[in-house]
Each structure stands twice: as C-alpha cells, then as structure tokens.
Ligand binder design. Structure first.
Ligand SMILES: Cc1cc2nc3c(=O)[nH]c(=O)nc-3n(C[C@H](O)[C@H](O)[C@H](O)COP(=O)(O)OP(=O)(O)OC[C@H]3O[C@@H](n4cnc5c(N)ncnc54)[C@H](O)[C@@H]3O)c2cc1C
Length: 612
C-alpha cells in the first residue's frame, strides 16, 4: 500500500493564516496557546496519523470487524486495540473537551485540523473517538451531577466509549418514528427496543460502552416532540464507579457494507430481558433537541470526512501522476508523465480545488464555533453561532458530496491502477460514500438549509455570511491580479442572494418548489461559499508570491518560468498554487452559478408530475 500523504502546509495555512486561530490566543480560555504550539501539535498529529493510524487502514478494510453470533461479541481488526490505546494515551480523545473532566481543553478548530489528518489516515478507526466525545459532551451538557461524576472523565479519556442510537428499522430519516420505549422505574428508566446501524455499538476496545439512546416515555406524544434522551451503559456502573452486572444490551449482528469495514455497524437490542436501565439526559420529551447537539457536531465531522478523504485521495493521485509515464508531451513531443497531459491536469485541479476549498470551509466553520464559545460580547457570540448554524448543512452535504466526487476523480486520474486495491485510492472512494448518507442524508441537509437555516432569525445568519463575502469582494475588487475572479465571486454571491429571495417569496405560494429544489440550491450555496474561501486564500497568498516573483524576476503569466521557479522553491509553488486554484474555481465553478440559478428559477416540476 502507498504511504498516507497529507498536505500539512495547507492545513496550517487554512487554520492559522486564513481561519485565524491566533484570534483565540487573546481569549481567556486559550491564552496559553501560541502559534508555535499549534504547529507542533499538528506536526505530532501528522506523525501519529502516519505511524499509528495509516498502517491499520488497509488491514482494517481487508479484515473488517468480526461478529461472533454465539457470544454477541465484536472483534476489531488487528492493530486497532493498540492504536486506540495510543490514541488515548496521547490525549487525542477529548482533545478539545473541558479540562475539568479529563479533556485537553484545546480549540475545536485545532481538533478539526488534527482530525483532518486522522480521518485521512484511517476513517473507520476515528469514528469510535468521534462518537465517544460526542456522547460524553451530551452527558456534560444534559447529565445531572451524579451522571457527570460517574461517566464523564472515563468517556473523555477513552476508558469507556460512547455511541449515538437513533436509527431503527422504521425510523431512518424520520427519527420521530422511533419505537424504542422508556418507562420510569425509581431512579432510572426501563429501556426496551431495537436500534440498527449503530456505529461501534459493540466492540472489544473498552470494557463499557455508553449509548446515547432516543426513546419514547410511555404516554408521550408521537413524533420527535415525544422523544427523550437516555444514557444507557452496556454494563451497569456501581456508585463507586466500578463496573457491575451487564445492562441487558445485546448486539444481534453487524452489517456487511461497502466501506469503513473496520467500523462495526451494529444491531442492538435493549431490554430484551426487561433489565435495561437508562438514565435521563436533560428533560423528558426534550430528547431530540438535546440530541441535536451531538448531531450538529457530528455533521461538521462528517463533512470533514468527505474533505479529508478527498485530500488523501488527491495526494495519492498527484504522486502517481508525477511518476506514471504514458504518451508524449503535446508541446515538446518527448515522453511524458501523465501529469503533463491537459486532461489529467484538469482532473487534478478539480480535486485540488474541492479538497482544499472544503478543508477551508470546515476549518473556518470550526473557528466560528470557537469564537461563539469564547467571544466577550453576546452580540459576537450570537453572530458566530448563527454562522455555524447556517454553514453546518453546507459543511456536511457539500463537503461529503464533492469530496466523494473528487475522490472519484483521483481514481480516474490513476486509470486502471486506481481501480486496484493495492493502490489505495478505491478504499478512499468506498469509505467516503457513507458521509453523504449518515448523520442525516444530504437530501435532509438540503431541506434543513432551505426550510430552517435560511429563514432563521429573519435571514440574519444568511445576511452575516453574505456580509463576510462582501467585505472580501469590496476590498479586492480592483486587485491587479485577482480583480476579475473577485468580480465573478461578487456575481455568484448576488445570484445566491437572488435565488434565496426567490424561494422565500415563491415558497409561500408553491410549497413544493423549494423542497424539490433544495439539493440543487445547497450545491449552488456550497459552490459560492467554497469559491469565497478559495479566493480569500489567494488574496492571502498573493503578497507572498509577489515578493518571491519580484525577487526572482519572474512573471505570473509566464507559465514556463513560473514552473521552473516552483520546481525549485516550495514557497513559490504553494502560493502560486493558491492563486491558480482560486482562478480555476472562479472561472470554472463560480461561473456555473448563474446557470444553476436559471434552472432553479425556471420552476420545473416534471419530477413531481411524472408517473414513476
Ligand atoms: C455505515 C453506517 C453507519 C451508521 N451509523 C449510525 C449510528 O451510529 N447511529 C445511528 O443512529 N444511525 C446510524 N446510521 C444510520 C443512518 O444515519 C441512516 O442510514 C440515515 O439517517 C438514513 O436513514 P435510512 O437509511 O433509513 O434511509 P431513508 O430514511 O429510508 O432514506 C432513503 C432516501 O430517502 C430520502 N428521504 C427520506 N426521507 C425524506 C424526506 N422527508 N424528504 C426528502 N428525502 C427523504 C433520503 O434522503 C434518502 O435519499 C448508520 C448508517 C450506516 C449505513
């Protein structure tokens, strides 16, 4: 298998220079941090990703998690247990969790940057850590003091693991159709029901698994309004924190699936023998609202999965294209590597744009989340919170959809070799597909964006996002190099505003029109946001590039001289790459926005009219 390669420099650039993690160093919470520490942490994360996680990726895929029907036990592939031990010992689990409960208290954005490396190295492994910290955070926010004391530190330090249990055979996207029951019994609730598709619902990494379970208390209303959230341990815990008897949670099987083979996707039976105890998190019937905390966090992580695997696949394809010789160079007539062929370059440029643009989106959203938690003024906190809200469905759906397509282009770039297991890229493609499905399918994300996030607070969150874009377009409208691309961005932004207003007005008259078009609308929205961030990166890169070009006497439009300079100078290569990819995306993606808007506004409803 080829080595895992990540563009650490791009991660640092997007996190430090673009997203501006240094703003957090001025806050009380992160005043101990500095740029050097952030960079060293990322260096360590890359080392860990390469040395510990990447080596178990292919074996995890080949061997997969195993289920023993006789005992109900699940065994993870070779090396996973050891890797999990090292992951915990190194403090990566609970990395951004509160220090009060055993976490490291690091910025969320730094966690996302480290996860970019970890997901790219072995996604199936990382899901366990994600679910554990997400479930623990539910306990921290909604648990009573006793639950916090018993569970929290053990979960944030990975002694015990966590899961999220929503899905049932009849309740997929429609979570409100949940049938799992809860009945009050003294200090706990008796839980009874079946959950399916539960990632890491059973495993052999930790002696206890703390399930966050949605269930309906007897007599509660139908739908999501009647759901409550419970913490249901696999093994009961005694008052002194030691493990007691099993809690009647049984794994009845695991799924055989397209990718993430090492992540066990489990069917769980709760209370098959009437002995399953659950503990209420938050208030009765307010479980869905509570669970949204975990779902929203997970949605950003799932978008990152799309971006991280796209980045990893792009790096493999790029390395391959530099080596693989086929055909002749069209200009020189000499033997060529496939990197010299225009069509291959075009494919690689799309991959670079999507991979780096989606990474920038995820890191910027993560910084907004940190600022929402640490800003001094309430007004700022609300504004940042609103930006996270509106960007969450874009992160989840745009990065996972486009990440998958970008990984598909990586496979295409490698030709027949891409299709072979030993070249690694087909695993990235298979593993990536799930990101558009779980945590609310991308169709559901589009409905969330159109129906909830866009009109929220009278459109205030949408407006603050548009304001950020406008600040960039105003500042750089007359930029000598990037002015035309900034102009294209301004047009695309106006198109987005126009279409959004169209749906706001038309939706009242024709309610199915926005619903029918929500996915295309999200795609347009994501395209504009990613275009904004790529152009912003180019504006940051330009002064550095200008300085190098001036010193070397090279012009940006002299392709041959630029190539020669970039071959010899890594800084020139990096910054010129940023400028070129922004120009590419503006000219080839942002220019599509007007056509997409025309399609959306044409009001076609044939899909609703056809007999299928
Ligand atoms: C590998 C894997 C791991 C998973 N891990 C977990 C986990 O840890 N915990 C957990 O609880 N679940 C988990 N899931 C379940 C996952 O979240 C669901 O599969 C997902 O929510 C979709 O539900 P569904 O499969 O029932 O599809 P359905 O809901 O049947 O959807 C099928 C299609 O119909 C569309 N659709 C459905 N309803 C609507 C609607 N109202 N409007 C528009 N379109 C709609 C969907 O977008 C989709 O395209 C996992 C699934 C897999 C495959």
């Amino acid at each position: 298998m080829p080595d895992f390669i990540a563009d650490l420099r791009d991660i640092k650039f997007a996190l430090i220079e673009q997203a501006g993690i240094e703003k957090l160093f001025k806050t009380e919470k992160h005043k101990e941090l500095d740029r050097g520490t952030v960079e060293s942490i990322l260096d360590e994360a890359y080392k860990f990703a390469r040395e510990v996680l990447a080596p178990i990726n292919a074996v995890g895929d080949a061997d997969g998690a195993k289920f023993d029907k006789a005992t109900g036990k699940v065994t993870l592939p070779k090396g996973f247990k050891e890797a999990f031990g090292l992951y915990r010992e190194n403090g990566w689990l609970g990395f951004s969790a509160s220090t009060e409960w055993g976490g490291q208290g690091m910025p969320y954005a730094l966690q996302i940057a480290a996860n970019d490396l970890f997901f790219g190295a072995c996604l199936a492994f990382c899901l366990e850590a994600l679910l554990t910290t997400g479930a623990a955070h539910l306990v921290e926010t909604f648990g009573n003091d006793e639950l916090k004391k018993i569970f929290l530190e053990k979960m944030y330090t990975g002694v015990w693991a966590g899961t999220m249990c929503l899905t049932e055979p009849g309740a997929g996207s429609d979570v409100g159709a949940c049938r799992t029951k809860a009945k009050k019994e003294g200090d706990h609730y008796a839980i009874e029901g079946e959950k399916i598709f539960i990632s890491y619902g059973e495993q052999d990494l930790t002696p206890n698994i703390c399930h966050a379970v949605l269930a309906r208390i007897e007599g509660a209303p139908e739908g999501t309004k009647g759901l409550s959230l419970f913490l249901v341990p696999k093994v009961r815990v005694k008052a002194d924190g030691s493990l007691g008897e099993p809690n009647d949670v049984v794994c009845s099987g695991i799924e055989h699936k397209m990718g993430i083979h090492a992540s066990p996707t489990c069917a769980l039976v709760f209370g098959g023998n009437g002995k399953c105890h659950g503990y209420l998190l938050g208030e009765e019937h307010k479980g869905m609202r509570a669970m949204f905390q975990m779902m929203n966090e997970a949605r950003i992580d799932v978008g990152l999965q799309g971006a991280a695997l796209a980045n990893a696949a792009y790096q493999l394809a790029l390395a391959f294209a530099r080596e693989r010789k086929q055909g002749k160079n069209l200009v020189t007539g000499k033997d060529a590597t496939i990197l010299e062929h225009p069509d291959v370059r075009h494919m690689l440029m799309w991959q670079k744009a999507i991979a780096e643009g989606c990474r920038a989106l995820l890191l910027r959203t993560a910084i907004f989340e940190d600022l929402a938690n640490t800003s001094a003024s309430e007004e700022d906190r609300n504004r940042y919170n609103g930006l996270v809200e509106i960007l969450t469905p874009i992160c989840k759906a745009y990065a996972s959809d486009q990440g998958f397509r970008s990984a598909e282009l990586s496979l295409q770039t490698m030709g027949g070799y891409g299709y072979l297991k030993e070249y690694g890229v087909e695993q990235y493609l298979r593993d990536n597909k799930i990101a558009s499905i779980y945590e609310g399918t991308n169709g559901i994300q589009a409905l969330d964006l159109m129906g909830r996030k866009l009109p929220a607070k009278g459109g205030a969150d949408f407006k603050s996002l548009i304001t950020l874009m406008s600040e960039l377009t105003q500042k750089y409208a007359k930029h000598p190099t990037l002015g035309p691309e900034v102009g294209i961005l301004a047009q695309a932004r106006d198109v987005l505003v126009d279409v959004s207003m169209f749906f706001a007005a038309e939706g009242a008259k024709k309610p199915l029109l926005p619903v029918l078009n929500a996915t295309v609308y999200l795609d347009l929205f994501g395209q504009v946001v990613v275009g904004w961030l790529l152009i912003e990166q180019a504006t940051l890169a330009m002064p550095r590039l200008d300085a190098i070009l001036k010193a070397k006497g090279v012009s940006l439009t002299d392709a041959a001289a630029l190539q020669k300079l970039c071959d010899a100078d890594a800084d020139a290569k990096f910054y010129a790459g940023k400028v070129k990819v922004a120009q590419f995306y503006a000219r080839r993606a942002l220019t599509q926005c007007a056509a997409k808007a025309a399609v959306l506004k044409a009001g076609d409803q044939s899909a609703l009219e056809v007999a299928l």
